[in-house]
Design a protein around this ligand. Structure first.
Ligand code: FAD
Length: 468
């Protein structure tokens, strides 16, 4: 499995994820940029961020000339490989947002994210994007005492900001297990604000919708530099007064951006389609996405074709913010994911029927804050740093960028993440030491908590260090 970043004459794009492997369309790249061109807006990157930005710009002003430049093909990055949670999650907690921007701004941000899940669902229907959309919400299980305490704390936090049980409900053991029949469930939380999607169908369908609106997408066109007024490629330069950087985990490969985000890998596995009697035991009858309240994120969904797609963090950060197809595969992490899946669902049996394994980079900023912004003086715009929560929030980013670029002041352009500037990451080797130490603290905290059933103080300290 795997393909070279750019320049690979074959382009084994289907092998990049279970999702891309199931598309019934040829993944033939669209024509590359043939030479110099002029546009009103040039967007670098054809994942959700770039494509939602193009979509909303073209909808708002059909006369705008918008060009999207993509190094590989639309959906090559995290957008074609993720867990398919279109959620209202955000890397900064309500408390963290309130501390930085005030409680009203925190509430406004959360409401906008709730609305975004509905908005993506609306566009998917309006544009006829068949992406296995299921409005099942998310169940987050608690399987240890500390996890149960974190479930209660999450609900307390929601209540403190005025969000009632219709937004986040505390579940007892029976209610949680009824939704997701994992082993040792002691309780959990449930939010309706999430849809399960087939992520690659979403991004590829969005690319087609954008083209129908008159946007040009050039694939196999790596941008070598972004400057005010220009995106530069080996084939030519696209001159445009507005240049949007939508390159997320790949951003450090651009000149001058090495320390903007750290690419952190998330990896996934998928089982073969499971028999009906197994699903009768596991549940997820509404195709709820599922997780638990451990520190090192895990996430899963019941796919439309009856598989478990399951992922988690825990792969190492690579020195110098390097991104490479080789890093998509980390046998140690795949083994850990299989083990965790087996612990959650012993009904899967000792020979866990895993058929696919893959991964990809996501973008993490130094203060763990996602942002969207536009500098009118230079014409440079950006969005990203979603950590692992970009499926929904990239739509909010695209709508917001369209307003900012068109000079509209709207309720979106005053949200607290707009024009937030994250500090740069430390130079190496400090960055490598810090990110990997953090990943190790969280992993060992989970191990200690399941052994002792007591909360890890080191993990709590690390969370505070992140300002979350
Ligand atoms: C395994 C995994 C699971 C995840 N699960 C979830 C989930 O369940 N829910 C959720 O909300 N989020 C999840 N995420 C995160 C989510 O997928 C991302 O936040 C989201 O896809 C980001 O979209 P994007 O368009 O900003 O970036 P990407 O999808 O990474 O797109 C960036 C694009 O830019 C292109 N590019 C980069 N550099 C250049 C260049 N120089 N020139 C031209 N093109 C360039 C890349 O080829 C790529 O196509 C997951 C991520 C991973 C990796």
């Amino acid at each position: 499995m795997g393909t070279a970043l750019s320049g690979d004459p074959v382009g084994h794009y289907r092998e990049l994820s279970y999702w891309l492997s199931t598309l019934d369309e040829p993944l033939t790249p669209r024509p590359s940029l043939p030479g110099d061109a002029d546009a009103d807006v040039v967007i670098v990157g054809a994942g959700y961020t770039g494509l939602w930005t193009a979509y909303h710009l073209a909808r708002a002003d059909p006369a705008l000339r918008v060009i999207v430049l993509e190094r590989e093909i639309a959906g090559y990055g995290a957008s074609g490989r993720n867990g398919g949670w279109c959620s209202a999650l955000f890397p900064t907690s309500l408390t963290g947002l309130a501390r930085r921007h005030g409680p009203d701004a925190a509430v406004a941000m959360q409401r906008a994210l709730h609305g975004t899940v509905r908005e993506v669902g609306r566009v998917v229907t309006a544009e006829g994007i068949d992406c296995d959309w299921a409005d099942g919400g998310t169940v987050t299980l608690a399987r240890t005492g500390p996890q149960l305490a974190r479930a209660r704390a999450a609900v307390d936090e929601a209540r403190a900001f005025g969000f009632g049980a219709e937004h986040l409900a505390l579940l007892d053991a029976r209610e949680a297990a009824d939704r997701c029949g994992a082993e040792g469930v002691r309780g959990g939380t449930y939010t309706p604000h999430c849809a399960a999607v087939h992520p690659a169908k979403l991004v590829r369908g969005l690319a087609r919708a954008v083209e129908r609106l008159g946007v040009t997408i050039h694939e196999r066109t790596p941008v070598t530099a972004i400057r005010a007024g220009a995106a530069i490629t080996a084939a030519g330069t696209v001159r445009a007064p507005v240049v949007v950087r939508a390159t997320e985990g790949y951003t450090p490969m651009l000149p001058g951006q090495r320390r903007a985000v750290a690419p952190v890998y998330s990896l996934m596995v998928a089982t073969e389609p499971l028999p009906a009697e197994t699903w009768a035991r596991i549940g997820l009858a509404q195709r709820e996405t599922f997780s638990d309240h451990r520190h090192v994120i895990i996430y899963g969904q019941r796919t439309a074709d009856g598989r478990l797609a399951f992922g988690g963090r825990g792969a190492p950060y690579h020195f110098g913010s390097r991104v490479s197809p080789g890093y998509d595969h980390e046998p140690r992490v795949f083994t850990a994911l299989r083990r965790t899946l087996g612990e959650l669902f012993p009904v899967l049996g000792p020979d866990l029927p895993v058929t696919h394994a893959w991964g990809g980079p996501l973008g993490v900023t130094r203060d763990w804050a996602a942002s969207v912004g536009f500098d009118r003086a230079s014409g440079l715009a950006w969005a990203g740093g979603y950590v692992g929560d970009g499926v929904g929030s990239s739509n909010l980013a695209g709508r917001t960028l369209a307003d900012l670029i068109r000079g509209e002041r709207t309720e979106l352009t005053t949200l607290p993440w707009v024009n937030h500037r994250s500090p740069r990451w430390e130079p190496e080797p400090l960055r490598w030491l810090a990110v990997n130490a953090g990943l190790r603290v969280m992993a060992s905290a989970d191990g200690a908590e399941s052994r002792t059933n007591r909360p890890s103080r080191r993990a709590a300290t690390f969370s505070r260090f992140l300002g979350n």
